[in-house]
Design a protein around this ligand. Structure first.
Ligand code: C5P
Length: 218
């Protein structure tokens, strides 16, 4: 990898997507949302009627769907077998099932390989849960975004029409617990990551701080 790679990890609702896209836009870099890849596989598994309580069955079929990721930070896209799934992968069905699918090692092996292929020569901001630890351990900058549980739930509830802060907080706590306790590549902060607590920062301040950290390293 010769170009710049920025790894952005953290729990749901920590502001990773907005910050990652903002940084990529500011520097003319590509952007990869790895969570969208786990969501897209989950969408396909649900559509195929695969039994989610059977990791062996998920593993056996994990290689079938063809993913296409668009990496323009201004308009990222995600398609499965030519079908645009950007809308449905944000729905409650996929959100409820994604942690079970992303815990299956065969799913992770496949997606990590695709993520490394997309990273290629670099010049990209990559967001997820295991970017600094597994996908891109040599990234020039690793940021681990956090925020209080209340702040994260407030942000999610504001994004999703008709959802309450309490319901979001409960759902995020459930996903974070599953994501950080699974055996395969759990959510974790890399030893050399910079932790950035966004509880009291607005988006512009978060982007400015990350741009400063990149400048410091180049
Ligand atoms: O970031 P987002 O909330 O869209 O991610 C959805 C889910 O995908 C996470 O809750 C996690 O289970 C999984 N994921 C993962 N590894 C990544 C990115 C996402 O396991 N690198």
């Amino acid at each position: 990898v010769t170009g710049l790679v920025v790894a952005m990890d953290g729990p749901s609702g920590s502001g990773k997507s907005s910050a990652s896209r903002g940084v990529a836009k500011a520097l003319g870099l590509r952007y990869l949302d790895t969570g969208a890849m786990y969501r897209a596989i989950t969408w396909w598994v649900l559509r195929e009627g695969v039994d989610l309580t059977d990791p062996g069955m998920i593993a056996a079929r994990a290689g079938e769907p063809v993913l296409e990721m668009g990496t323009d930070p201004g308009a990222p896209t995600v398609a499965v077998g030519g079908v645009d799934v950007a809308g449905p992968i944000r729905g409650p069905e996929v959100t409820g099932a994604v942690s079970a699918v992303s815990a299956v090692p065969e799913v992770r092996r496949r997606l990590v390989a695709e993520q490394r292929a997309i990273i290629g020569a670099g010049d990209i901001v990559v967001e997820g849960r295991d970017i600094g630890t597994v996908v891109a351990p040599d990234a020039l900058l690793k940021v681990y975004l956090t925020a209080s549980a209340e702040a994260r739930a407030l942000r999610r509830a504001a994004e999703i029409a008709g959802s309450s802060v309490e319901a979001q907080q409960a759902d995020m706590a459930r996903r974070d617990r599953l994501d950080s306790t699974r055996t395969a590549d759990p959510l974790a902060m890399a030893a050399d990551a910079v932790e950035l607590d966004t509880t009291v920062l607005n988006l512009d301040e978060v982007i400015a701080e990350i741009l400063r950290l990149i400048k410091e390293r180049t």
